[in-house]
Write a protein that binds this ligand. Structure first.
Ligand code: NAD
Length: 495
């Protein structure tokens, strides 16, 4: 909690087309992870705040669902234009609150815009099927109808993109929406809500509340919420899945990850290592698709580790808003401490540290750390990690890469398939046969071949498996249309 007299901006909720304050809510500071300085304060919604947002959304839904889909998407076309116009400003806001580099932030805004673009295709995407004369004189058709109030609960690592996996699709399908973004990064979603309002969305169709468990529980328990989309860590995803389902809601809950990058002896080493660096250390490892375990097959291990080390030592860590920074800070001091805890565990469990991020290679970052501000941590590489070690099994969500050496492809597949998670994996090889065998046998939902971060585009589903996903219908792609609509079958006979 922070003092009420602080001069920094206090954020508001967006409810029924108005920016509203909540007198009863607790205020929390938001800091710039690169400087440690406060940049805003965010109110945490109470149960009553959430109730007001959901009721407004329900009222708006009753009218919005009747607006023809061709007219609904006009708002999204205008929203896309506004996002394009403000893309740089949004990227800078995102870097300021999350810490990722401007380049990463710009790429994230691009991904968010692509979600809106795909949602603009809803007149075609929402179409049903029909068949005449299914029985003598009887025709059959399916139609897709909107559900009602949908809720979104999102994580800190993609404040623009992950909410965009949800509300553009939901709104285009004729639903209304209540977004509860991560309380750590509320500024980007706030600015995007302003732009959506400016695009002419009717009051109450989109609502924004901030908060923590209290606001999430209020959404899960609200009788007027029909569907819940969640993205975040596995324990919370499980909690959301169980509780939303118990309350009779449709739910998709995307969880955490432990992603393996497999390197075969025939891989193109230099290009593969560049892709591995970007996967493991891009966005400071705070991506659900970040490579976390490097599986070195056969004799590639030593040259792979040597080259990786050389590149990791040259990585420029610093303020993400500065042009030459390649890796920004972690999101909060508490999260850096958590990641450092994993590094300590790796050392204690006997992994060999070939690069220790706590020492921060690169003068740029050392200066920063000496200032005592910013939540910086350099890249860490552990070699000779065993599959049973904590760092090999648990999600770290920071710039830490663990190298496990295996004998052959079978050993790699067995190792990856033994993981509790199944979000993404990549194989680096120049053999089509090896790639084909890997993609076929691996029990993971998103697979890359010579691609470090196999993130599906907006028109494909984001398909995590195992403990990385709870539900049936995935985020974006055609799954999103199925998730945000109810299907109806109509049989007609005319006497
Ligand atoms: P988190 O689980 O801590 O928080 C996510 C959301 O849940 C936030 O909005 C938060 O306010 C809410 N929340 C937190 N604790 C809660 C509780 N006890 N009860 C109810 N709600 C609660 O996740 P995070 O730290 O913000 O984000 C990082 C995690 O998200 C990582 O595990 C990462 O792998 C995962 N993630 C997954 C995907 C994916 O597509 N599978 C994408 C991005 C991030």
């Amino acid at each position: 909690m922070i003092a009420a007299e602080s001069p920094i901006e206090t954020l508001k909720f967006f409810v029924n087309g108005q920016w509203v304050e909540s007198p009863g809510s607790r205020l929390h500071p938001i800091t710039n992870p690169a400087t440690g300085r406060p940049i805003a304060r965010v109110p945490y919604a109470t149960k009553d705040d959430v109730d007001r947002a959901v009721r407004a959304a329900h009222e708006a839904f009753l009218k919005w669902r009747k607006v023809p889909v061709v007219d609904r998407v006009q708002v999204l076309y205008r929203y896309k234009d506004l996002l394009e116009k403000h893309a740089e400003e949004l990227a800078r806001t995102l870097t300021t609150e999350n810490g990722k580099t401007l380049e990463d932030a710009r790429a994230e805004i691009r991904r968010a815009i692509q979600m809106v673009e795909v949602s603009c295709g809803m007149p075609s995407l929402m179409m049903g099927q029909s068949l005449e004369n299914v029985a003598s004189g009887i025709d059959c058709q399916t139609i897709r109808q909107s559900l009602g109030v949908c809720a979104g609960i999102t994580p800190f690592n993609f404040p623009a993109m992950v909410p965009s996996w949800m509300y553009p699709f939901a709104i285009a399908c004729g639903n209304s929406f209540v977004l509860k973004p991560s309380e750590k990064v509320p500024l980007t979603p706030t600015r995007m809500a302003e732009l959506l309002d400016q695009a002419g969305l009717p009051a109450g169709v989109f609502n924004l509340v901030h908060g923590d468990k209290e606001s999430v529980d209020a959404l899960l328990g609200h009788a007027l919420v029909r569907a819940v989309s969640f993205v975040g860590s596995t324990p919370i995803a499980k909690y959301i899945y169980e509780n939303a389902a118990k309350n009779g809601k449709r739910v998709q809950a995307l969880g955490g990850a432990k992603n393996h990058l497999v390197v075969m002896p025939d891989a193109e080493l230099d290009k593969s290592v560049d892709a591995i660096m970007a996967s493991a250390f891009g966005a400071a490892g705070e991506r659900c698709l970040a490579g976390s375990v490097l599986v070195a097959v056969g004799e590639v291990a030593q040259p792979l580790v040597d080259l990786l080390l050389e590149k990791a030592r040259g990585l420029r860590v610093g303020d993400g808003s500065e042009a030459d920074t390649q890796m920004g800070p972690l999101v909060t001091a508490a999260h850096r401490q958590r990641v450092e805890g994993y590094i300590e565990k790796g050392v204690a469990e006997g992994a060999r540290t070939v690069c220790d991020g706590r020492e921060l290679s690169g003068t740029f970052s050392r200066e920063r750390r000496a200032d005592g501000d910013g939540y910086f941590l350099g890249p860490t590489i552990f070699d000779h990690v065993s599959p049973l070690m904590t760092i090999a099994r648990e999600e770290i969500f920071g710039p830490v890469l663990s190298v496990i050496r295996v004998k052959d492809l079978d050993g790699a597949i067995e190792l990856v398939n033994s993981s509790a998670f199944g979000n993404t994996t990549s194989i680096f090889t120049s053999s089509g046969k090896t790639a084909r065998e890997y993609t076929s046998r691996i029990e993971v939902g998103m697979v890359g071949v010579n691609v470090g971060v196999a993130a599906p585009m907006a028109f494909f589903p984001f398909s995590g498996w195992k403990q990385s996903f709870f539900g049936d219908l995935h985020a974006h792609g055609r799954d999103a249309i199925a998730f945000y609509t109810e299907q109806k079958v109509i049989m007609s006979r005319w006497f």
